[in-house]
Design a protein around this ligand. Structure first.
Ligand code: GMT
Length: 381
């Protein structure tokens, strides 16, 4: 099939999921066209059946806000016509579903019928989308999609709660590719980060408020009072500077390493002993799943869809949002006993394997087939 994928190209969950999905589809013989404003970060190699089309938004002084949706929908129309694209899959509702709908309508004028799949990722619903400024447009574009999917059962329920949705929402969870982890690193170069006796705790995110970065620092502070440990903070975002200051104030600046954005996530997780994700809201928690496949147990909040990924007492522990003391206690429980740590590590990877792309890709392919076959009925109804 010829599939156009629209996503954000940046570091972060939805872009990563869309990119990995596109690569997997291409490996299965589909022709995949990414349409976005920059080459997605995890899309290192373009091949015969992976293409990238850049959306340009020319600056014009009259515009206070440059019209990205307009440029995206025009680029979609051109790309779909030029390459004979058969299906459009947009990741993150805002503004991708809206632009996709406009492209669909423009193409219909030329008797070209393109089914559109919209995948909801989280903040497009729970934070941004439900804001009154966006809500009517988001509701409309979700309802106009041919198929709507959400990355967790929890996100599906939140969507039905916040919006007047007239469509079925199919849950297709996020995934990892177990093949990528079967050749584990022989040397994680752990010694670059910590001494032999130190445990390594990691957090990876876009450092937005919703991630509760100060909770992470406070949890680590309590843990390092009980056992030798280092904290590795990976990512960039608005809360990073404040977090660096907090570490200095607590006198743990030397023990917390801020690495910035990284393309070496698996290498970092390879030498990590524990992952922290105390988020306020999280539709799925892809970062937790990526930790788990690398045998890293997770201490998290019980927000949103996290309980669908991190299993309490098995792959880590879940606590109420903000319960820093309990999270620290659970972290110490896992880290202070090698036997316990080993059991949690094994469990984490075992649970993560359930989300292998081989189990998830067929769900998307079945949805594509159904949407594609249904397109003509819709066209002439
Ligand atoms: O976590 C973020 O803030 C980034 C955001 C995104 O849209 O890229 O992540 C959302 O989508 C991910 C992929 O489906 C989910 O794993 C994250 O849980 C979700 N984030 C939130 O709901 C806060």
């Amino acid at each position: 099939m010829k599939i156009a994928i629209v996503c954000y190209p940046t570091f972060g969950g939805s872009g990563v999921v869309a990119t990995e999905l596109g690569i997997a589809l291409a490996n299965r013989g589909h022709e995949v066209h990414f349409v976005t404003y920059r080459q997605p970060v995890r899309l290192e190699l373009l091949s015969n059946n992976i293409h990238f089309h850049e959306v340009h938004v020319p600056e014009y002084p009259l515009f206070h806000y440059q019209p990205y949706e307009l440029a995206l929908s025009s680029k979609l129309v051109d790309t779909i016509k030029l390459f004979g694209i058969e299906l459009l899959h947009v990741h993150y509702a805002i503004p991708h579903a809206y632009a996709g709908y406009m492209a669909k309508k423009m193409l219909e004028e030329e008797q070209i019928y393109i089914p559109m799949i919209t995948t909801l990722h989280g903040t497009d619903i729970t934070l941004v989308g439900k804001h009154p400024f966006y809500k009517p447009a988001v509701t409309f574009s979700i309802n106009q999609s041919d198929v709507v999917t959400s990355v967790s059962e929890n996100l599906k329920q939140r969507t039905l709660e916040f919006f007047d949705i007239k469509k079925d929402i199919e849950v297709v969870p996020n995934f990892i590719d177990k093949k990528k982890y079967s050749t584990s690193f022989t040397d994680c170069q752990r010694s670059l980060m910590a001494n032999e006796d130190e445990k390594i705790i990691t957090h990876i995110s876009n450092f937005r408020k919703v991630k509760r970065i100060p909770d992470i620092i406070h949890i680590f502070n309590k843990v390092q009072q009980e056992l030798p440990a280092k904290m590795i903070m990976v990512g960039e975002g608005p809360e990073k500077e404040k977090a660096e200051r907090l570490c200095e104030e607590l006198g743990i600046g030397e023990r917390v390493i801020f690495l910035g954005n990284s393309n070496e996530i698996d290498r970092i997780l390879c030498f990590s002993d524990l992952f922290l994700l105390p988020s306020e809201s999280e539709s799925f928690g892809l970062a937790a799943l990526e930790a788990m496949i690398n045998k890293v147990p997770v201490i998290s909040s019980n927000a949103g869809g996290i309980p669908e990924v991190n299993k309490h007492g098995v792959t880590g522990y879940l606590s109420d949002i903000g319960d820093v003391s309990e999270m620290a206690k659970n972290a110490i429980h896992i880290l202070k006993d090698e036997q316990v740590l080993e059991t949690f590590k094994e469990n984490a990877q075992k649970e993560a394997l359930k989300f292998d792309i081989l189990n998830v890709l067929p769900l998307y392919e079945a949805i594509y087939k159904k949407a594609y076959n249904g397109r003509l009925n819709k066209a002439y109804s």
